[in-house]
Design a protein around this ligand. Structure first.
Ligand code: SAH
Length: 215
């Protein structure tokens, strides 16, 4: 028998997010409402609210719910920000960010993931999302500057081109490190300097591109 997806989603928020310390009320509310299963093929719907990443094809994954919540919380969105996301993937984190910010610009390098995310995001009625297919390690110059940049694929080092596309008080949230293990880092721009904070270890698929890992 198919499981009750709405019920599974509420349990996911209580058990995986609240219990582990996610506190931002807006993040919790958005994750109670965005239908994560819609971003997955039908045969994975019953697992959509499980505590882990899931395959979305092409060796790529939809991130674990906790990681989506943590990145969204660390981004400190109040509702008026222009956001750049690098690594659209399934489009799930894009949808979460779109509920938390004014608009989201998201770049994905794999053509058919980009196409599929576009269809799903449109079908759930989000009109503040702008998608591009290409190498997001270079950012999206035409739409810069961004108040917040969220990177959802592992980067080997601090991505200078992405920092350059931040507003004077902007911040970047990204997994930075080796291809097998990274640290979630927030880099905030302040007048005259940058500050760097760390939010624990994480495992993301590699960013492949000019300022990412090489193929
Ligand atoms: N937030 C997504 C995570 C997807 S995994 C989700 O929860 O579904 C990371 C994604 O980054 C993959 O889809 C991968 O194809 C993409 N990616 C890798 N290198 C990239 C690059 N240089 N530019 C844009 N996207 C890239």
């Amino acid at each position: 028998m198919a499981i009750d997806l709405e019920d599974a989603r509420k349990r996911m928020v209580a058990e995986q997010l609240e219990k582990r310390g996610i506190r931002d009320a807006r993040v919790l509310e958005v994750m109670r409402t965005v239908p994560r299963h819609r971003f997955l093929p039908a045969e994975l719907h019953d697992h959509a609210y499980d505590d882990g990443p899931l395959p979305i094809g092409d060796s790529q994954t939809i991130s674990q719910p906790y990681m989506v919540a943590l990145m969204s919380e660390v981004a400190e969105l109040k509702g008026d920000e222009k956001v750049l996301e690098v690594g659209t993937g399934s489009g799930y984190q894009t949808a979460v960010l779109a509920h938390l910010a004014r608009e989201v610009h998201s770049v994905e390098s794999i053509g058919h993931l980009h196409d599929r995310a576009r269809v799903i995001l449109h079908s759930i009625g989000l009109s503040n999302v702008f998608l591009r297919c290409g190498d997001g390690s270079e950012g999206w110059r035409e739409h810069a500057p961004f108040d917040v940049v969220v990177v959802t694929a592992a980067m080997p080092g601090i991505p200078m081109p992405l920092l350059q596309q931040l507003t004077p008080t902007g911040r970047l949230v990204a997994p930075i490190g080796e291809d097998e293990l990274q640290t979630l880092v927030r880099i905030s721009r302040r007048t005259g300097h940058w500050s760097e904070e760390y939010f624990g270890e994480c495992r993301f698929v590699k960013m492949i591109g000019k300022h990412g890992f090489k193929e």
